[in-house]
Design a protein around this ligand. Sequence first.
Ligand code: HEC
Length: 142
Amino acid sequence: MKNTTNPGGHARRGNASDQRPHCVHHVHLPMNLLRQLGSAAAITAVLLTAGNANALDVQRARELATQNACLGCHSVTSRMVGPSYQEVGEKYKGMDPVKLAARIKSGGSGHWGALEMPPQTALSDADARLLAEWVLAGSPEK
Ligand code: HEC
């Protein structure tokens, strides 16, 4: 019975009984290490996430600004149809992003000149808020 349960042929090489515990040992050691590394990585990830809980997803904000044609009327540094995002960020420094997000969604005129910004009806509240946060942070590139 025991011969037939041995994995095919290995027993015939004679060293199988030596190798088996050897192998098991080798498998267990890295697994323990991996487990430790895994939890260390998990803890690091949690710490990083906690540290960056309020971090701005700049890349996403820039994508949104491109996708929603914001950059067709605005540039970060210079006035085009609309004010530059840097001057908006300076003027409204400290403003609640929710408030600026509402203004992005509704559009309007009179804050910067006679030109009107059309309402951004396709923009979700969350996306508008991210854009507002990005502008208020000075429209960083990364
Ligand atoms: C068709 C041109 C146009 C597009 C597209 C456009 N804007 Fe504007 N935006 C303007 C103009 C013009 C103003 C100035 C309005 C004013 O004077 O009150 C403005 C103003 C703003 C302001 C300042 C608002 C305020 O109350 O002072 C922000 C922030 C802003 N835009 C962000 C955006 C974002 C984000 C997008 C894309 C989702 C966008 N804009 C798309 C033309 C545009």
